[in-house]
Design a protein around this ligand. Sequence first.
Ligand SMILES: [Zn+2]
Length: 306
Amino acid sequence: MPDFFRRKPTFNREDAEHSDGPVVPDGLWVKCTSCKDLVYSKDFERWYRVCPKCDHHARLTATQRLNYLLDSGSFEEWDRGIVTADPLHFSANGDAYHEKVQQASQKSGQPESLVTGRGRIQGYDAVVAATEFAFLGASMGSAFGEKFVRAVEKAVELRLPFISISNSGGARMHESTFSLMQMAKTTAALSRLGEHKLPHVSILTDPCYGGVTASYATVADIIIAEPGAMIGFAGPRVIEQITRQKLPAGFQTAEFLLKHGMIDMVCRRSDLPETIALLLLHYADATMGRHTPGYAHASTGKEGDA
Ligand SMILES: [Zn+2]
C-alpha cells in the first residue's frame, strides 16, 4: 500500500462540505464523479479526496489544501480583513455583485477567493497563497490581487520562497478592468520576487483557466500540476467553436501540457509535500546558502544552514 493511503487525515467533514466534486453524504458512501464507483466516505476523506479506484483528484477547499500541504499547526493567515469592494456597483440579471460576494462568503466560509499566509512544508518555511473555488469560482478580483501581492512582498521581506496553489475560472468579470489589472499587478510582484532570487513554485489544480493561468500561475520557477487537472486559457469547447477544428484527445489536461512543455511536472496529491520540500531544499542549496536569515534547514533546524 502506498504511503499516501497510510496518512492521517488533516481536515474534517465541515471543510469537505464546502468543496466541489463528489458529494459526501451523511451516509457511508461517496460516488466518485469520474468512475462513478462507490468509495467508503471516511476512506475518501482520509485519502485526501483521491479516488482509490481511478485516481481521480477531487477538488479541495483552500482550508483542506493548506491543512494537507503544510505541517500541522504551522499556518499563520495574513490579510483576512481584505475583502472585495464593488467599484463599479455592478449588477447583472437583477443580481447585485455585492450580494453575490456575501453569498459566496457564506457558502465557502472564506471572506475572499484567496487565502494567504505563512506556513511550513516538511520543516521548510514558505509563504503560501491558495485559491478558494467555492468563492465565485476563485475568480481574481481586486482583493484577490491585493492579497496576492502583499503575500509576495512579505516573502521578499522575510526572504522566503513563495508557493501558490491555484484553481480558478479566471478574472472576475464583475470588476471588469479592475480585475484585468490584477494580471499585471500579480506578475509584476513576482518579478520583484525573482529579482531577490526567491523561488515561486506554482501548483495548478483542476480547473485552472483564464486570467489566472494567463498571469501569475504560469509565471513560476517550477510549475506543477495534479494528475488530470484541466488547465488552459479558454475552455476546449470555445476553442473548437472558434477554430472549427477537432481538438486532440486529452487536450488541456496536465499530462498533455507536460508532454508539450507547458508545465514541469505532474505530481500526485500524496507526493506534493515531499516534492515541494525537495524543491525548496534544492533552492536553499543553490541560491540561498548559509547567509539567508530565517531560512531553516529541515533536518538541522538551524537557520541558513542549508
Ligand atoms: Zn473514481
